[in-house]
Design a protein around this ligand. Structure first.
Ligand code: SAM
Length: 279
């Protein structure tokens, strides 16, 4: 990472009202905001964190974008996963450098970016979607964030998945229909995680996971409340990030052993079964 902003890099223009714009630097271009415009030529060569002044005399801080800034700023044509949910799911799936993970339902590719960063270096992300236009959108959004190693694949529901996976994540409306192929693709004790919008779907998924030999099946919801910490009048903000997705996690375990066959009934003694009168 260089200390000065270079052409081609994305910069998070951050205004005094907290509004942000993710802008790729190109010589000769200008970016307009509700607080005035900024020429890219005035930005290129500056240090990260510098504050310049827009054409309306308002401060614009030049911030190096984080992974979550890039995720939230993807071109969206689907719902995306929120950072509060993503962080929890990555920890639950125990993703780390070298992990192999599948995503079913890449959508806009926001979660794909988080998965890819979590398993780098040396890991693998295979991301499936049944719609080619979303594969293309996710690929473009990932490339804009500098992520090019994801293996995007077209698939229909219930198509087999690449085997040997440490974890599988789904963000699709009917994950229970995928339980068999998910189980086949996961390594022993591999982790499954899902983002799921409604309670009815979460219930159906939990039942299907149980039927397919998963353990530690848990569903949670994460609510994020911002606290306005200010001298003498600290209180929660009026609005909060409430319901986004329910999050279900589970681990693949071996199916329970087949019950032992009943021992063969002892052969009847010759002469038939004794009766009380014979004793
Ligand atoms: C809500 S979007 C996923 C958004 C994504 N998690 C993100 O953060 O950008 C759901 C995606 O799942 C895809 N999909 C739905 N059912 C599927 C299935 N059975 N197999 C593959 N893709 C599926 C849809 O085409 C859609 O692109």
């Amino acid at each position: 990472m260089t200390d000065t902003i270079q052409p081609g890099e994305q910069v998070l223009f951050t205004l005094e009202d907290g509004k942000t714009f993710l802008v790729r630097m190109e010589a000769g271009k200008r970016h307009s905001t509700h607080r005035g415009s900024v020429d890219h030529d005035d930005v290129i060569g500056r240090e990260w964190g510098d504050v310049l002044v827009s054409t309306s005399d308002r401060p614009v801080a030049l911030i190096r974008p984080r992974g979550i800034d890039r995720m939230m700023k993807v071109h969206r044509r689907t719902n995306i996963m929120y950072p509060k949910d993503v962080a929890y799911l990555i920890a639950e799936m125990d993703l780390q450098s070298g992990s192999r993970v599948i995503e079913i339902g890449c959508g806009s590719g926001s979660m794909t970016q988080a998965l890819s960063r979590a398993v780098a270096p040396g890991g693998q992300v295979i991301s499936y979607d049944r719609r080619p236009e979303f594969l293309e959108l996710a690929r473009d959004n990932c490339a804009a964030a500098g992520i090019t190693e994801v293996d995007f694949r077209l698939r229909e529901a219930r198509d087999p998945l690449e085997p040997g996976m440490d974890a599988i994540f789904t963000d699709v409306p009917e994950p229970w229909a995928e339980m068999e192929v998910i189980r086949e693709a996961l390594n022993g004790s591999g982790r499954y995680a899902a983002g799921i919008p409604t309670f009815n779907q979460a219930e159906k998924l939990a039942i299907a996971l149980d039927h397919h030999g998963f353990a530690q099946i848990e569903t949670v919801e994460i609510l994020q409340r911002t606290i306005l910490a200010r001298g003498g009048k600290t209180r929660p903000a009026h609005r909060m990030i409430g319901h986004t997705q329910l999050l279900t996690t589970a681990v693949k375990v071996a199916p329970p052993p087949e019950p032992e066959p009943e021992p063969e009934a002892a052969a009847e003694p010759e002469g038939g079964t004794p009766t009380p009168d014979d004793e």
